[in-house]
Design a protein around this ligand. Structure first.
Ligand code: NI
Length: 228
């Protein structure tokens, strides 16, 4: 499932992120430092160094916003989240077709995270740059994603994807991975649909006992499918 999360960060958070991610920030490094062997050949961008204060502080801003976002939680059912990273594509930069590494080491912990979902938060206004579409090939075909600043997109990490070359301006984004409680994309989609239906039923004053029963079934399915 490919899902847009409107206003994943608010205007104040967006302003803080952009100010700290100015081109003059000395923490910008070559993006190839975190690319796998497959990605390194096709990756050409800049990233904020992973273990910098900039990455930690701004990552907390993004995660702090998303962990309070009901749509994000409902769609991802997060178990572990990789610390957010930040990238910048100037004119001529791109990230060719690749699939994200299935497993990543959580920095400083020795623990491993299985990448079930990839998340991109767009931080530059779409009319401030040309190119830079996130092109995702999922089972329903190819989709080019370029969202308003502050919006996020969540998509399966199993998808082949690329960022097209920038021809004007600069594309600024935050990205990270989620290991979901539900590894399977189909099961996660079913739970998301049920949860969304429960929210709508509750908001429209449906029979309370039936809502409770349906909500119980949701949690029982979640318990069943999230068991190791
Ligand atoms: Ni990728």
């Amino acid at each position: 499932m490919l899902l847009a999360i409107p206003q994943a960060v608010n205007a104040a958070q967006l302003a803080e992120l952009r100010a700290r991610l100015a081109p003059s920030n000395p923490d910008w490094v070559d993006g190839r430092v975190t690319a796998g062997s497959q990605g390194v050949a096709v990756k050409n961008n800049r990233q904020i160094g992973e273990r910098t204060e900039t990455a930690r502080t701004l990552g907390d801003v993004v995660l702090g916003a998303l962990e309070r976002n009901p749509l994000f939680i409902s769609a991802t059912l997060p178990n572990q989240v990789y610390p957010p990273m930040f990238n910048r594509y100037d004119v001529g930069m791109y990230f060719g077709n690749h699939i994200d590494n299935a497993v990543r080491l959580l920095p400083g912990t020795g623990m491993k995270l299985r990448t079930d979902l990839s998340v991109t938060v767009f931080l530059a206004e779409p009319d401030s740059y040309d190119g830079g579409e996130l092109v995702i090939e999922d089972r329903y075909g190819t989709q080019a994603v370029k969202l308003a600043a502050g919006d996020a997109v969540v998509y399966p990490s199993t998808s082949l994807h690329q960022v097209t070359p920038i021809t004007r301006g600069a594309r600024l984004a935050c990205f990270f991975w989620v290991q979901s409680l539900i590894a399977d994309d189909n099961q996660r989609r079913i739970l998301f649909d049920i949860d969304q239906a429960i929210q709508r039923l509750a908001a429209t004053g449906a029979d309370a006992a039936a809502c409770t029963q349906l909500s119980g079934s949701y949690h029982n399915l979640l318990r069943l499918w999230s068991a190791p």
